[in-house]
Design a protein around this ligand. Structure first.
Ligand code: HEM
Length: 374
């Protein structure tokens, strides 16, 4: 579980954001620092091995050198922009490299893997956690499933290969995959497909969300030959019919669609990834039903800007909704569930846990029946 100190830091970051809403400059810094964070994450595994042999020591030195240069550059940039850095290499390597997280385990010790994942979450990245990004990685790994022919899904971890890793929908997810590399190195017996889905589940729990039933059994394909055609993940510019086409294809119903969309209580949109900007809530690293409350309690208007259509709350202009989020309000059936989840967080947690657990298992040939969510 997350310690209370990082949670306080996160709260501080949320309050700071509320006091000083994102400017274009901050957004640009974030764009820069996301790239820098990816570099830091890429370099971090080297730090783990730095003491094991002399070759590794050289790499450790390289890490320090480039890490130092990166940190210096980021510091200079932050002075130049007069903005406090919100993420990036100033945060140092992921916690796995430095903290008391398991750096080895016996095969099958998933608790050790969970601990290693947890140790990476709280970081000086975005709003203070990699959690939302890991949830998106797990979802995009699984959301390609088609129940009519059994193709796609979380089995195989095909997002390691082109073209899937290059799909526009998967922009930014390289950071999440690289973040998990030290975990894979520490526990080489786990498949990437199991690791990515477990990371999503652990992130949800650590951010205060429900326990999602998870079981191992996914394998990694050796190449990209089973990658499905691009276009199966949802397109945020479209509406209710599109959401039904996409999610019914996976085997979900309308209620599941709304429950799963509640994951947008986490994280934010990034201009350099999806083209949209901003968070859905003021507490983007805490799993709650706030997304549904914001959706129902605010007046939403189209954002006036030079980007794709998105909505902003009329009161502060700091929160956002995608066209697909807004269709949950305009469609009568979807709205029924939005209203319930806005009022009843327990109902949302229960439905989300079941739907997310099912999502993580799509396309996985487990022996026997699907795991029940607890
Ligand atoms: C309903 C259809 C959906 C659409 C159209 C959609 C679209 C998007 C878009 C455009 C972003 C912003 C990406 C970026 O710029 O970084 C995003 C972020 C996110 N999505 Fe979705 N999404 C959908 C469903 C889901 C589902 C089912 C989940 C999980 C259960 C999910 C979890 C997330 C999370 C956690 C983020 C934040 C990532 C971050 O902070 O880096 N989304 N989504």
């Amino acid at each position: 579980m997350a310690t209370s100190a990082p949670r306080l830091l996160r709260l501080g970051s949320v309050l700071a954001r509320q006091a000083a809403p994102s400017s274009l400059l901050q957004q640009q810094f974030r764009t820069f620092s996301d790239k820098a964070a990816a570099e830091a994450v890429k370099a971090a595994p080297e730090a783990v091995k730095a003491d094991s042999n002399s070759k590794a020591k050289i790499r450790g030195f390289q890490f320090l050198l480039f890490g130092g240069l990166g940190a210096g550059f980021a510091y200079g940039y932050s002075l130049f922009t007069s903005q406090a850095p919100t993420s990036g290499p100033l945060a140092g390597p992921p916690a796995l490299a430095t903290a008391a997280a398991p750096k080895t385990s016996t095969p099958g010790d998933y608790d050790a893997v969970r601990k290693s994942i947890s140790s990476l979450l709280d970081a000086d990245y975005d709003d203070g956690s990699y959690g939302p990004l890991l949830v998106r990685l797990a979802w995009h790994a699984a959301g390609t499933y088609d129940k009519s022919d059994g193709t796609g899904g979380s089995n195989g971890a095909t997002m390691r290969f082109p073209p899937e890793c290059e799909w526009a929908a998967n922009k930014g997810l390289a950071i999440a995959r690289q973040l998990l590399d030290p975990v894979k190195e520490a526990h080489p017996w786990i498949s990437y497909a199991d690791l990515w889905t477990l990371a999503g589940v652990v992130a949800i729990e650590d951010m205060g969300g429900p326990t999602v039933a998870w079981r191992s059994g996914r394998v990694d394909y050796s190449d990209g030959s089973k990658i499905v055609p691009d276009g199966r993940l949802p397109n945020a510019t479209l509406g209710a019919k599109h959401l039904r086409d996409v999610f019914h294809r996976m085997g979900f119903d309308d209620r599941d669609i709304v429950a799963l969309s509640g994951a947008h209580t986490l994280g934010r949109c990034h201009a350099d990834r999806s083209g949209f900007v901003g968070p859905w809530t003021n507490a983007p690293t805490t799993f709650s039903n706030l997304y549904f409350q914001e959706l129902t309690n605010n007046k939403w208007r189209p954002k006036k800007w030079d980007g794709p259509l998105q909505y902003e709350d009329a009161k502060t202009g700091t929160l956002m909704m995608l066209p697909t989020d807004m269709c949950l309000l305009s469609d009568r059936t979807f709205k029924k569930w939005v209203t319930l989840y806005a009022k009843d967080q327990d109902a949302f947690f229960k439905d989300f846990a079941v739907a997310f657990g099912k999502l993580m298992e799509l396309g996985v040939p487990f022996p026997g029946k699907a795991a029940a969510a607890s």
